[in-house]
Ligand binder design. Structure first.
Ligand SMILES: Nc1ncnc2c1ncn2[C@@H]1O[C@H](COP(=O)(O)OP(=O)(O)OP(=O)(O)O)[C@@H](O)[C@H]1O
Length: 524
């Protein structure tokens, strides 16, 4: 088994797959219930990067070492650590073991060891067995051996990662307008993995990229990744939220002005194009750009020159453009809302980002990530999803995508607390706390005939405590109507507003309140 494992671990595989294979093989070799491989980051947080026997949502989890004494103990030793089944130290996997979903772990055997990379801890491996006595001295000695093999896999994975990071480093922190560090893009689905692969291929090309996708799919995160993986990564990336650009100030924001160019221009000021010199300009929500400004932007993109307002002096620019929109820009060009020539300039390489409902079980990984965030923020011992809640998350169509999921999870965790749950317990979120409006599954032909012939009486009323508050019910209906309108108009907010009989700005406001759209805020 060790030999097969070594072959697998050094094969040319994506990181996630290599480590996942290792976790599965180790679980089989030790005939135990769960194996976790956790990577340590600079902030002393362990990321679960591969697991066997743990619930899928566990893969989105982060564990701050200082909050988990078992992990801290494993990390403090060179040799494997075995925990006495009677140990009072809380188990970080409480409620995360696949076949004990949501419930605390009973007395069980648990061991782990630190994995090193060039003599520095890379992370840890953990093994859990529900049968006590599963890990005897021989098992612990074997773990040590296996750990050494695993380190080879870690080394291969790290070498590849370092290679990639060499090109990502930099992004100096000077200048308030530069956008901050990106969150890691989570997702194991085929759709996301192939998208990341494509992004990394075009990142270096300097081609203008147009990111297309519904609201909340992560366009902003993908834009940052493109910049980090490009050869401009040591230069600034400047973001412009086109939806939040006031028309009167837009020109000066983009191209800058000189002192006295207009009343209030008390000093020279560079615009965003200049701030992005040598780097990347990210035009977010580019579909909202007013027509008057589209013409000016096109001119700059065509000749690569800008002029600050109030002067004839020409400045040469060297800027890579990444644009993003949730609109159907092509349809907008036909409707006369977007200039065709600008559309062609921006969409040299369009990249569609799949909505969350097309990413398979990524919804659970992301939910795990947001649960962990809520757990730390609210100071909870643990917070999990019940099976039914997981099923609900997978069935819901997520019109507001990842952003909506983030809101749903943090609201559910807060609701648990507001209903009197204790911070010291592992809390389990059920579907009722998620407030998702999901159609009941279609009844089978059998059930249909039973209802119409045998049981003509309407179904009995639900118990009073399960009836949602009126405000919640209204929000559910609103979310559903907006989701349907957006789906029918393929993400076109203006058309969706018309279909709903709303003013577009009111629709945007409502969608923001419902967590289906982000706050435009002030200019980034
Ligand atoms: N794959 C992912 N992994 C982790 N977090 C994600 C992922 N995708 C999106 N998010 C998070 O979801 C939220 C929404 O993402 P983002 O703002 O990038 O969406 P967007 O497509 O730009 O939305 P909009 O069109 O409304 O501007 C952010 O908090 C982001 O960090």
């Amino acid at each position: 088994m060790e030999k097969t494992l070594l072959n697998d671990l050094t094969a040319d595989l994506p990181d996630g797959v290599r480590l996942q294979r290792a976790a599965t093989a180790i679980r089989q070799a030790f005939a135990c219930d769960a194996v976790g491989l956790l990577m340590l980051d600079a902030a002393d947080t362990l990321h679960l990067v591969a697991a066997a026997g743990l619930a899928h949502e566990a893969l989105g989890r982060r564990f701050v070492v200082a909050q988990h004494p078992r992990f801290a103990t494993i990390l403090s030793r060179r040799e494997p650590t075995w925990f006495d089944p009677e140990s009072v130290l809380p188990d970080p996997y409480d409620g995360l073991l696949d076949d004990r979903k949501g419930s605390p772990l009973p007395v069980h055997d648990c061991m782990g060891m630190t994995l090193y990379r060039q003599d520095r801890p890379w992370g840890i491996m953990t093994l859990d067995a529900l049968a006590t006595g599963a890990f005897d001295e021989a098992a612990r000695a074997r773990l040590m051996q296996l750990g050494l093999i695993l380190q080879a896999a870690v080394r291969v994975t790290e070498l590849e990662r370092e290679n990639r990071q060499l090109r990502q480093l930099g992004s100096s922190q000077q200048g308030l307008e530069r956008i901050g560090e990106a969150t890691e893009i989570l997702g194991h689905s085929e759709a996301i993995q192939s998208l990341l692969h494509e992004l990394d291929l075009v990142a270096d090309s300097d081609l203008p990229i147009l990111l297309l996708g519904e609201t909340g799919v992560g366009k902003d995160l993908f834009a940052r990744r493109l910049h980090r993986h490009s050869r401009r990564s040591e230069q600034p990336m400047i973001q412009v939220n086109c939806a939040a650009l006031p028309e009167s100030l837009a020109e000066s924001e983009l191209f800058g002005h000189v002192k006295g160019a207009f009343s209030g221009a008390t000093s020279d000021r560079p615009g965003r194009f200049e701030a992005a010199q040598g780097g990347t300009l990210f035009l977010d929500e580019v579909g909202e750009l007013p027509l008057s400004l589209q013409a000016k932007l096109l001119r700059v993109l065509q000749n690569g020159e800008i002029q600050r307002l109030g002067t004839d002096q020409v400045i040469k620019t060297d800027v890579r453009i990444i644009a993003a929109t949730n609109r159907d820009l092509k349809a907008n060009t036909q409707a006369g809302l977007f200039r065709t020539d600008l559309y062609h300039r921006l969409s040299v390489y369009p990249i569609p980002i799949p909505p969350l409902r097309e990413r398979d079980r990524d919804v659970l990984i992301l939910a795990g990530h947001f649960l962990e965030f809520s757990r730390a923020r609210l100071g909870l011992r643990g917070v999990r999803l019940s099976y039914e809640a997981e099923r609900a998350l997978r069935r819901y169509p997520w019109p507001g995508n990842v952003r909506e999921l983030e809101h749903v999870i943090s609201r559910a965790a807060l609701k648990m607390l507001s209903r009197g749950a204790s911070r010291d317990q592992v809390l389990t979120i059920g579907p009722e706390l998620l407030d998702l409006d999901i159609d009941p599954p279609e009844p089978s032909a059998d059930e249909r005939s039973r209802v119409s012939t045998v049981d003509p009486v309407p179904p009995s009323s639900p118990p009073i405590e399960t009836i949602p508050a009126l405000r919640d019910s209204v929000e559910i209906c609103q979310r559903r109507a907006i989701g349907e309108a957006l789906a029918a108009t393929r993400g076109n907010w203006a058309q969706a507003a018309r279909a709903l009989g709303l003013d577009p700005s009111n629709l945007h406001k409502l969608a923001r309140r419902l967590g289906m759209k982000h706050e435009p805020g002030s200019l980034p």
